[in-house]
Design a protein around this ligand. Structure first.
Ligand SMILES: Nc1nc2c(ncn2[C@@H]2O[C@H](COP(=O)(O)OP(=O)(O)OP(=O)(O)O)[C@@H](O)[C@H]2O)c(=O)[nH]1
Ligand SMILES: [Mg+2]
Length: 315
């Protein structure tokens, strides 16, 4: 089933990276924008923002940021209300994003606002972030009509020669391509993996890198369908476009392609693939295999609240 993106749209950015992406997405979609963070430095004066205060704690833990987010729930809900679709830009590699994304996505679900979530996953070497990003993603997927996952780690895996900064640029530009296409192409109510490559003269190389990145995230048999965005399409021979489309249809069961004529400096392939079944991220939480119905404390995500009782705070 395809997801209908309806106006008015609200783009919500969480934390530093999420806010940066939300500002870009807002300009692309001409939508309203809200940034939410525990760090005031992430805000800019031209967008509305909600500060999550963690009191006197300057290095808050993820459960503390999450607990503090619930305190301003009414303010966040009132910003969401009146919008038909929310586009959530969350960096689950960051503390703010992995703390708040489950909470904000839950609020959208409760308000019956259509939700498309973008989630950035951490590099493998960011060991302290892996677990939290995995549990957050599980909840975000659960609460969203449609989730688009971009894995920094898979990008690095297929481009080990790139610096983190170069990886970020590629990742962010791929996400903006999908945001841009929300108005023109269909997106289904599923989890999608976004994969891409660095800028390349050779589109077949670019397709190969995108497939490599995709298969780093999910096994081939779990890829149902792929949408191929050919960036810089106006300068690429039609024969090449035809050939990469044919290659893709031979690999994934259903594929479709869209030629992006807008950008002339870049040429690369961006793939958006819908996934059914397990992904690499399901293993980020060792207990993630346990089905939700067998989990006793699933309803509320773990958070730290000051109960003002004489209990030792366990976290
Ligand atoms: N895709 C992408 N990932 C990024 C970008 N910048 C940083 N990252 C990743 O996100 C992680 C966290 O980066 P931060 O700059 O701390 O992000 P933040 O959203 O401000 O997160 P917190 O401050 O921890 O809440 C980094 O270690 C990278 O893995 C970016 O521009 N694009
Ligand atoms: Mg930050």
């Amino acid at each position: 089933m395809s997801f209908q993106v309806k106006e008015p749209i609200l783009v919500i950015g969480l934390g530093g990276v999420g806010s940066k992406l939300a500002k870009e997405a807002k300009n692309v979609l001409d939508a309203d924008c809200l940034t939410i963070s525990n760090d005031k430095k992430d805000f800019s004066s031209d967008n509305s923002s909600i500060h999550i205060s963690t009191g006197s704690v300057i290095n808050p833990s993820i459960p503390l940021i999450r607990g503090s987010t619930y305190k301003v729930a009414d303010e966040i809900k009132s910003k969401i209300s009146g919008h038909s679709t929310v586009i959530l830009m969350s960096n689950l590699a960051g503390k703010a994003g992995s703390a708040m994304a489950p909470v904000i996505s839950e609020m959208c679900k409760e308000a019956e606002t259509g939700l498309v979530s973008f989630a950035v996953m951490p590099f493998k070497y960011e060991k302290d972030r892996i677990f939290n990003s995995g549990i957050s993603l599980k909840r975000v997927r659960e609460n969203s009509e449609c989730t688009v996952v971009l894995d920094n780690d898979a990008l690095l895996e297929s481009n080990p020669d790139l610096s983190p900064k170069a990886c970020y640029e590629i990742a962010n530009s791929a996400m903006m391509h999908v945001v841009k296409s929300l108005g023109s192409s269909e997106i289904s109510n599923e989890t999608h993996v976004l994969s891409t490559s660095k800028n390349s003269e050779n589109m077949e190389d670019s397709l190969r890198d995108s497939l490599k990145m995709l298969y780093d995230n999910a096994p081939p048999n779990s890829v149902k369908r792929s949408m191929l965005y050919v960036v810089g399409g106006s300068d690429i021979p039609v024969g090449v476009i035809n050939s990469i489309t044919n290659i893709t249809s031979g690999i994934v069961s259903q594929s479709n392609s869209q030629i992006d004529m807008s950008s002339s400096e870049e040429s690369k392939v961006v793939m958006l693939s819908s996934i059914q079944g397990m992904t690499k991220f399901d293993n980020y939480d060792p207990l993630g295999m346990i089905p939700q119905e067998d989990t006793l404390d699933w309803s509320t995500p773990e958070c730290s609240i000051d109960s003002e009782l004489d209990f030792y705070q366990l976290e």
